[in-house]
Design a protein around this ligand. Sequence first.
Ligand code: HEC
Length: 231
Amino acid sequence: MSVERKAPGAQRGAIDARVLRALLFTGLLASSGCEWFTDFKRQPHVVTWESWSPETLSVRGSPQGSVPTDGTAMPAYMVSYAPMPATIDSMAGIANPVPVSEASLAAGRKHYQINCAVCHGDNGDGVSIGSRYGLISFPLTSDVTKARTDGYIFGMIRNGRASMPSYNRIEERDRWDVVNYIRALQGRVTDVPFERGPLAMPGVTGDKVPGPGTLGPTRAIPHRPTSGGAR
Ligand code: HEC
C-alpha cells in the first residue's frame, strides 16, 4: 500500500484555501448584518415615558406640587394653596410668560368655557347659568378686575377664593392662556381676533376640547421611529 503524500506546497495551498474560506464566511456574515451576540436588550420594547402605540398615553401629567423644569410660577412649597386673599396677592407679581396670540386665546377660550363660564358667563360679565340659578354673579369685566395683574388672575385660578373653587387642574402653562382670554373679554386685547361663547354642544370632543398638556410627559416621545417595527 502506498502512502500518498502531498507535496509541502500543495498542503500549504490547502491551508491557505481554508483560511480564505473562513475569512470569506466571516466577511459574508459581517456584511449580511447578522450579529453574533444578540441579547435581550435588542428586542421590541417600550422605553421610559414612551407610549406603546401612538394612540395611547403612557403616563399622566405631573402630579400637583411637582416643580416643572420649564415652569413659570413658583413651586408649591413657596406659596400656600389656601384660598385666601393674602396667598392670591402673593402671586400678583408673577409675570405672564405667554404672549397674547390667536392660538393662546383659542386655547384660553376652551378652558374658560369648560371651567369658568358657568359662573362668570360667556362674556365674563357675570351673566351665567349659575347666576340664573341663584349663584352670586361675579363679573370679571369690572374696573376692579381689569386693574388686577395677570399674576393675580393666575393666582385666583390656582387657589380659588371664597365660593370660587380652585381650578388648579388647568395646567400651569394653560392657565396663562385663560388669563389672556379674560383680558380679551375685558376688551384689553384689541389687535388679535378671538371668538367667545361655547365651541360645541356638551359632550363633543376632538378639537373642541383642550389637547394634552405641555408640561407633563403626556405626549409620545419625540424619538419614536416613524416607520414603526422593532428597534
Ligand atoms: C362656582 C362658580 C365659579 C367658577 C366656576 C369660577 N369662578 Fe371665579 N369667582 C367666583 C366667585 C364667587 C368669585 C368672587 C370670590 C370672592 O368674592 O372672594 C370669583 C372671583 C374670581 C376672580 C377674582 C376677580 C377679582 O377682581 O378679585 C377671578 C380672576 C376669577 N374668579 C376667575 C375665574 C376663572 C379664570 C375661572 C375658571 C378657571 C373661574 N373664575 C371659575 C365664582 C366662580
